[in-house]
Design a protein around this ligand. Structure first.
Ligand SMILES: NC(=O)c1ccc[n+]([C@@H]2O[C@H](COP(=O)([O-])OP(=O)(O)OC[C@H]3O[C@@H](n4cnc5c(N)ncnc54)[C@H](O)[C@@H]3O)[C@@H](O)[C@H]2O)c1
Ligand SMILES: [Fe+2]
Length: 381
């Protein structure tokens, strides 16, 4: 039996943040990316809380790719404050950290059960509606995608005003993360009709609005659309899960601190070629792997449908590379410029083993061998 459920109530559109002035809670802890406080954006959150008479404290001990020790510190802080509600504000890092803090705090004290509202300030991870929280173990050099139903936020508020300050590189990285979520969910072994509908809409919006968002921070319409696409893609992969691209990207993030969306963007063309088993040397066949039809559907949604399966997959791969080039995302590790060839090559075996163990890899449409993953990491150089 399969099931599909949306646990999170989603407020979106104009004045969505007004929801914060109507909360039925007396106390809250706002867990926010430090940027949210230093930029003054926090007022967009605290003003409606003030109007609603909610007493709150603001906690900003958040860093990108949250490590285990920040979860431990956050659990101690939240257990001390014991708020009725946690308001998580920031990119995937702030929201993931908040989700893990709530999970471990409520496990330690079963009488503590705060409501959680997630308010994303990037259009990327979809973490506001997913059961995932990606935590890094810096000593082991591994990122762990924890996943549990109880981690899904109770509410999400999508307000595009919060993403207008995102710098172009972060718009590019997070936008390609949305694209990767939708594409991986669509071809995942766990895909279903509900996740497919969400993924198709998310990809359609990325095709129409990602470059517009990148080119103009204040394009309100494009920003709103990408914020919604991020959430749609989150709902899609929350149901269908992801694939090898995320499995391999997590290792690039943990080992070389390559931003999450950027790692996905760089890997995605290689993963599509691998899963489809189609590359520049392929000849027409009678039958293709089942994911080929799905990739062709996605290509059609993006307006790059072509003559046959081989030319369509080639055009799809070129389209992803075109998006990366337009948004200054490097196509390979060597062009990042800060990682030496010898240190990269030395880590490939370790990263390949960790990628095969990564929970996201389990639903990839083609089962990879270690040698194939090693080969893809090498080609990424
Ligand atoms: N939980 C999930 O389902 C899920 C899915 C994918 C990725 N992730 C994880 O989420 C993390 C990445 O999240 P992210 O891509 O949103 O980036 P992020 O939260 O790490 O933020 C990236 C940078 O952008 C800054 N920033 C955030 N919002 C801003 C704004 N409005 N204006 C200016 N700067 C802003 C942050 O301060 C930070 O420096 C990774 O750890 C990744 O593994 C989680
Ligand atoms: Fe992602």
């Amino acid at each position: 039996m399969k099931n599909f459920e949306v646990k999170t109530k989603i407020c979106f559109g104009e004045k969505a943040l007004e929801r914060l002035s109507h909360l039925p809670y007396k106390s809250a802890v706002v867990i926010a990316d430090p940027f949210v406080k230093s930029s003054g954006m926090i007022r967009l959150i605290t003003d409606p809380l003030d109007r609603g008479g909610v007493k709150y404290t603001v906690y900003t001990d958040v860093i990108p790719d949250p490590p285990v020790d920040k979860v431990i510190d956050g659990v101690a802080a939240i257990m001390k404050a014991r708020p009725e509600c946690i308001v998580a504000v920031g990119g995937g890092s702030a929201i993931d950290l908040s989700k893990s803090i709530r999970k471990f705090a409520t496990e330690l004290d079963k009488t503590f059960n705060p409501w959680m509202i997630a308010i994303p300030t990037t259009s990327g991870t979809g973490s506001e509606v997913t059961s995932f929280s990606v935590i890094t173990d810096p000593k082991a050099g591994v990122k762990y995608p924890l996943s549990e139903y109880s981690m899904i936020p109770d509410e999400a508020i999508l307000d595009e005003e919060l993403v207008k300050s995102v710098p172009p590189t972060v718009t590019a990285d997070t936008g390609m993360d949305v694209m990767t979520h939708a594409i991986e969910a669509y071809v995942s072994l766990n895909n279903n009709e509900f996740s497919a509908a969400l993924a198709e809409k998310a990809v359609e919006i990325c095709g129409q609005f990602l470059l517009r968002s990148y080119n103009d921070n204040n394009d309100t319409h494009a920003r709103r659309k990408m914020h919604i696409a991020s959430c749609l893609a989150g709902l899609a992969f929350n149901s269908a899960s992801l694939g090898l691209c995320h499995g391999m990207a997590h290792q690039l993030g943990a080992t070389f601190h390559i931003p999450h969306g950027r790692a996905n963007a760089m890997l995605l063309p290689h993963i599509i070629e691998f899963n489809a088993d189609i590359n520049m040397h392929s000849k027409s066949k009678k039958e293709y792997a089942p994911c080929v039809r799905k990739y062709c559907n996605m290509a059609r949604t993006l307006g790059v449908y072509n003559l046959n399966e081989i030319t369509t997959i080639r055009a799809f791969v070129s389209y992803i590379q075109f998006m990366n080039k337009e948004m200054n995302i490097p196509l390979n590790i060597s062009s990042i410029g800060t990682i030496s060839e010898s240190e990269y090559m030395a880590k490939i075996e370790f990263m390949a083993e960790a990628a095969l163990r990564d929970a996201c890899t389990a639903t990839n449409p083609r089962v990879p061998t270690k040698a194939e993953v090693v080969d893809m990491y090498k080609r990424l150089w």
